[in-house]
Design a protein around this ligand. Structure first.
Ligand code: ATP
Ligand code: MG
Length: 367
């Protein structure tokens, strides 16, 4: 016989209570599982994201050692560590002596920027006006040595050099780029004396426009506030380089009062750059540097270097042509049978390409 109690309203309400309690337990369990799975995903994603920024390079240990040696055992936050990895160059081997024709600018930079940063005691007795400027701008046409000067400064001054790239401070997480911008300055303070170099600064500090995205304008204002916060007499200088000075926001330009125009080299400077570029190349005497430099009018330092490379190829081409004549068209040079024994470079080699180009121009004129 069936128990009639089972079908009474009382028993049906208790079973529905049990069912609903079970439902609550299951849904709360499912909720907890979902939360922990998404937390796990999020953590992995953040860790992966961080680990790309924090690839361990030797820079960090070097910086920590330096801080320890100077008795400045300051803690570094994750943004500062990330910047150390990305912005402190490991090996720079450009020296001031490698730069031709810019001695006046280099001397001025040494006296007004490097020495006040690195030996402030020299200047402290005199006027407070003699402190390093907070901002310095190198501007001028492409290929004239702006980046080279900055690299040589990094190599030859004892200041810490932070080579800030825009990619190292832009972050897809909202608000993170701001923290990187602030970290540039906090890190510079910890590592002072410090030169913060921003190459192609126009791309970062270009005129603020209404169509700037919100994140970028926040970064710019953070940068400006931090820059203003540099104490006068501090040992931090922002060094910018650009070939488009007119694109830089006027407010930022004002913060770089010391400006050096690095123009196309004149004859004297071209001769110096030519001599530097040909250093280590065997030249045929007499070699008329002035005649060659005269023909290089309008070329930048980098153009002169390229012209030297083109000219240096001429004896090599001659050498291979001679060998093909002697050994046939199938001649293939190998290291054993042919250590390159080319003739010295002549000043006339610099006119071969021009002579050919001139002929082309004459042909164009005829047409
Ligand atoms: N004054 C110079 N003396 C010797 N080499 C030079 C000089 N100027 C330029 N060069 C040569 O040209 C190359 C490019 O120079 P650099 O990168 O400094 O130019 P830049 O002024 O920064 O140009 P850009 O505005 O395009 O960045 C150098 O690596 C060097 O080989
Ligand atoms: Mg450059």
């Amino acid at each position: 016989m069936l128990n009639p109690d089972l079908f009474t309203p009382k028993s049906s309400s208790s079973s529905s209570k049990i069912l609903s309690a079970a439902g609550i337990i299951v849904s709360s369990l499912a909720f907890r599982v979902a939360i922990s799975v998404s937390a796990a995903f999020l953590t992995t994603y953040i860790l992966q994201h961080r680990s790309t920024k924090l690839q361990l390079k030797p820079n960090l240990s070097k910086v920590r050692e330096k801080l320890k040696k100077d008795g400045r055992n300051v803690p570094l936050n994750s943004h500062e560590i990330s910047l150390i990895q990305e912005c402190i160059p490991e090996d720079i081997n450009v020296k001031f002596d490698d730069i031709g024709g810019l001695e006046d600018i280099i001397d001025d930079l040494r006296e007004t920027v490097v020495y006040p940063l690195t030996v402030p005691g020299l200047f402290s007795g005199s006027s407070p006006l003699l402190q390093a400027p907070k901002g310095v701008l190198l501007y001028g046409p492409p290929g004239c040595g702006k980046t080279m000067i900055a690299k040589a400064l990094a190599h030859e001054s004892s200041a810490t050099f932070l080579n800030v790239k825009i990619s190292s401070i832009t972050d897809k997480w909202f608000g993170e780029s701001n923290k990187y911008a602030a970290a540039i300055f906090s890190l510079a303070r910890k590592l002072e004396p410090c030169i913060v170099f921003i190459d192609e600064i126009d791309s970062f500090l270009r005129s603020r426009e209404t169509n700037d995205n919100e994140a970028m304008s926040m970064v710019k204002s953070e940068f400006m506030t931090q820059w203003d916060g540099l104490s006068s007499g501090g040992r931090i200088v922002i060094l910018g380089a650009t070939n488009r000075p007119n694109d830089i926001d006027a407010a930022f330009l004002r913060r770089m009062p010391k400006r050096y125009g690095i123009r196309l080299p004149d004859l004297k400077k071209r001769i110096e750059i030519l001599k530097l570029s040909l250093h280590g190349t065997t030249l045929e005497e007499p070699f008329d540097f002035e005649k060659v430099a005269r023909h290089m009018e309008g070329l930048s330092g980098s153009g002169i270097k390229e012209a030297c490379r083109d000219a240096a190829m001429i004896p090599i081409r001659e050498y291979f042509r001679d060998h093909r004549k002697k050994h046939g068209m199938k001649f293939v040079p190998t290291e054993e049978n042919d250590a390159l024994k080319t003739r010295p470079l002549r000043d006339s080699d610099f006119f071969v390409e021009w002579a050919a180009k001139k002929k082309d121009d004459e042909l164009d004129d005829l047409e």
